[in-house]
Design a protein around this ligand. Structure first.
Ligand SMILES: Nc1ncnc2c1ncn2[C@@H]1O[C@H](COP(=O)(O)OP(=O)(O)OP(=O)(O)O)[C@@H](O)[C@H]1O
Ligand SMILES: [Mg+2]
Length: 295
């Protein structure tokens, strides 16, 4: 069972003081050092003996881990807090099947009480291997802090980019909420272009991709900055541009270079995979709004 599935499973068994301690540990972990019971007791507003009791329980459930005199959260602990947050806000009700397992994130289905299915993206950037930690018990607090920062930032950045894109085009999945290292997204039903699905009209799909890049740039001032066949989904008729944590503002000093690169990668893929040609300069001019047509 994955850490995410475990996090979902332990959700119901956590007592109120364990939740408070988990949140207290999270708060204490964003500072320097590895918080000891004294600090956790202050940030969770529990007497030290209650905090110790709760921390022991969290450790048994795999949500926290001892490190010297102190404690760190585990990925499972972080994800349990995120799931609890969504459940408390009535956004989701249950965790469903895994949709994709990637290098930087895992994506699961998450279900609402009414049966709507969302895509829950859980970041796992960075080199802290929680499995190896459990074996070796070594994790530097600075390493953990940077893990937390990288993953919490990625989720928050992706959420804010998608909120800026909301309503501008069907090609951007709606972001519903974010919490900790996770972001809750509208589920879209496509396959990655990198799988090279057989397309009836690849030329028109490429135009939709370029059109969507233009909307992002002109209307939301955003450059995806990691666009490729891996971050474009399609069902043959529609396309979706996904994966926005690294998006930059149009005013960013490298925005134009990054946009140039995105355009280049997309055009090269369509040329290679579908023998569809589109001129790079023309496409770029269109995306930045310098021209109003791709012809
Ligand atoms: N909104 C969504 N609806 C449905 N599936 C999604 C959604 N977002 C992501 N996915 C699935 O999860 C995969 C990974 O998503 P994404 O590219 O955003 O994350 P990633 O961290 O870049 O993953 P990877 O390391 O695999 O590149 C997508 O290729 C797709 O299969
Ligand atoms: Mg991706």
């Amino acid at each position: 069972m994955s850490t995410t599935e475990n996090a979902a499973r332990v959700l119901k068994s956590l007592k109120d003081e364990e939740w408070r301690t988990l949140a207290g540990l999270e708060r204490a972990s964003s500072g320097f050092g590895t918080p000891d019971i004294g600090r956790i007791s202050r940030t969770s507003r529990l007497p030290p003996e209650r905090a110790r009791f709760a921390t022991d329980a969290l450790e048994k459930k795999g949500l926290a881990m001892r490190k010297g005199q102190g404690f760190v959260l585990t990925k499972q602990g972080v994800e349990a807090m995120a799931l609890k947050d969504y459940v408390k806000k009535d956004l989701i009700y249950a965790l469903g099947a895994i949709i994709a397992k990637g290098k930087e994130s895992d994506v699961y289905e998450a279900l609402t009480e009414e049966g709507t299915v969302y895509a829950l993206k859980l970041y796992k950037i960075g080199r802290v291997s929680f499995t190896s930690i459990r074996k070796t018990r070594v994790v530097e607090s600075a390493e953990f802090k940077s893990w937390m920062t990288a993953n919490y930032d990625a989720a928050r950045r992706e959420y804010h980019a998608l909120r800026k894109l909301e309503g501008l085009s069907q090609a951007f999945p709606r972001a519903v909420a974010y919490s900790r290292s996770t972001v809750l997204l509208e589920e879209v039903s496509g396959v990655r272009l990198s799988q090279r699905p057989i397309l009836e009209d690849p030329n028109s799909l490429l135009r939709k991709v370029v059109e969507s890049m233009r909307i992002a740039y002109v209307k939301a001032d955003l450059v995806n900055a990691d666009l490729s066949e891996y971050n474009i989904l399609t069902n043959g008729a529609s396309i979706w541009l996904i994966d926005w944590p690294q998006a930059v503002d149009a005013s960013h000093p490298n925005a134009r270079d990054l946009l140039d690169h995105d355009v280049k990668v997309v055009l090269a893929f369509f040329r290679r995979a579908y023998s569809v040609n589109l001129d790079q300069e023309k496409a770029l001019g269109y995306v930045i709004g310098k021209s109003d047509s791709l012809e």
